[in-house]
Design a protein around this ligand. Structure first.
Ligand SMILES: NC(=O)c1ccc[n+]([C@@H]2O[C@H](COP(=O)([O-])OP(=O)(O)OC[C@H]3O[C@@H](n4cnc5c(N)ncnc54)[C@H](O)[C@@H]3O)[C@@H](O)[C@H]2O)c1
Length: 281
């Protein structure tokens, strides 16, 4: 049974990659709870804008720039956050990027880029914030993975691989830190509209990018819904937070009929997209 535990009334939180997209939505969801939020991003402009929106929504905001690829920068972020907030109740390891395309055409540079941000950025976030939480015997960690972490569609090997690793890391920490009162959730949404496609790298065709962007645009569940679902799931003590119905269906199929589901995926993202576009939820 999951252990339910509410975030404190004015959660002291850190969100990485909070300059736009889901990170901004998480910061705003926390602001609506009267949160005191460290808004972190690699880019200043978006972070400052998010901070303005957080204050407008009734929260407190501090901008701390951080490139999550740099271990020392993530530790400096944790130090700055503790100095400004006193302590950190929640860290949202959200910063992430996409690399996709045919496996044999993806460059080593692109593999490194996505592994350094999507995987090592999350590892550093857990390493940097867990000690303070362990010392206080209290804390929440939200790792942002993706439905790609549980459903491995073709032509997305780098992204899928990093997200599956974030799921594994989160599963491990959920079990390891549970008896020291640290809740760990991993967020696995399907598509919703953000800047991730524009920032993506790798040998994706224009058609593939267009399809993904369309699926993002048409999703009935958008960043604010995903952010709300993430915080609710975290408080319910859920390890896996799957805000979209399609992801829940795919995941159930994978667990109950793994071979049949693997064969279905041979139809590629196009086949999956058809299902996604038909049954958005
Ligand atoms: N949009 C989707 O459909 C979708 C689906 C599933 C999971 N996700 C995940 O949600 C998370 C947020 O992505 P998004 O969709 O909001 O994308 P986005 O591109 O809109 O936002 C990502 C943010 O991360 C920042 N960032 C990039 N590299 C960074 C680095 N090295 N250090 C710190 N910050 C960095 C960017 O500046 C940007 O503000 C990612 O982990 C992504 O994989 C997104």
């Amino acid at each position: 049974m999951p252990t339910k535990r509410s975030l404190p009334p004015h959660p002291r939180a850190v969100v990485t990659g909070a300059g736009r997209g889901l990170g901004r939505a998480l910061a705003l969801a926390l602001a609506r709870r009267g949160g005191r939020v460290v808004v972190s991003d690699i880019e200043r402009e978006g972070a400052e804008e998010t901070a303005r929106l957080v204050r407008e929504a009734g929260g407190e905001a501090h901008v701390v720039l951080c490139d999550v690829r740099e271990r020392s920068a993530v530790f400096a972020l944790a130090e700055a956050a503790e100095a400004r907030l006193g302590a950190v109740d929640l860290v949202c390891n959200n910063a992430g990027v996409a690399v996709a395309g045919p496996f044999e055409e993806v460059s080593n540079e692109d593999w490194r880029w996505v592994v350094d941000i999507n995987l090592m950025g999350v590892v550093y976030g857990c390493q940097a914030f867990a000690p303070g939480m362990l010392a206080r015997r209290s804390g929440f960690i939200l790792n942002v993975a993706s439905a790609a972490g549980i459903v491995s569609t073709p032509r997305m090997a780098p992204y899928n691989t990093t997200k599956a690793a974030v799921v594994a890391l989160s599963e491990t920490l959920h079990a390891e830190l549970h008896d020291r009162n640290i809740a760990v959730s991993v967020l696995c949404p399907t598509f919703f509209e953000t800047g991730i496609m524009e920032a993506s790298r790798g040998p994706m065709s224009a058609r593939e990018k267009g399809k993904a962007s369309k699926a993002m645009r048409l999703s009935k569940v958008q960043a604010p819904d995903v952010a709300r679902a993430a915080l609710d799931g975290l408080e319910r003590g859920e390890l896996y937070v799957l805000p979209m119905r399609d992801a829940r269906v795919f995941w159930r199929l994978k667990r109950t009929q793994p071979q049949a589901f693997a064969d279905f995926l041979k139809g590629g993202i196009e086949r999956l997209a058809k299902v996604l576009l038909r049954g958005r939820a």
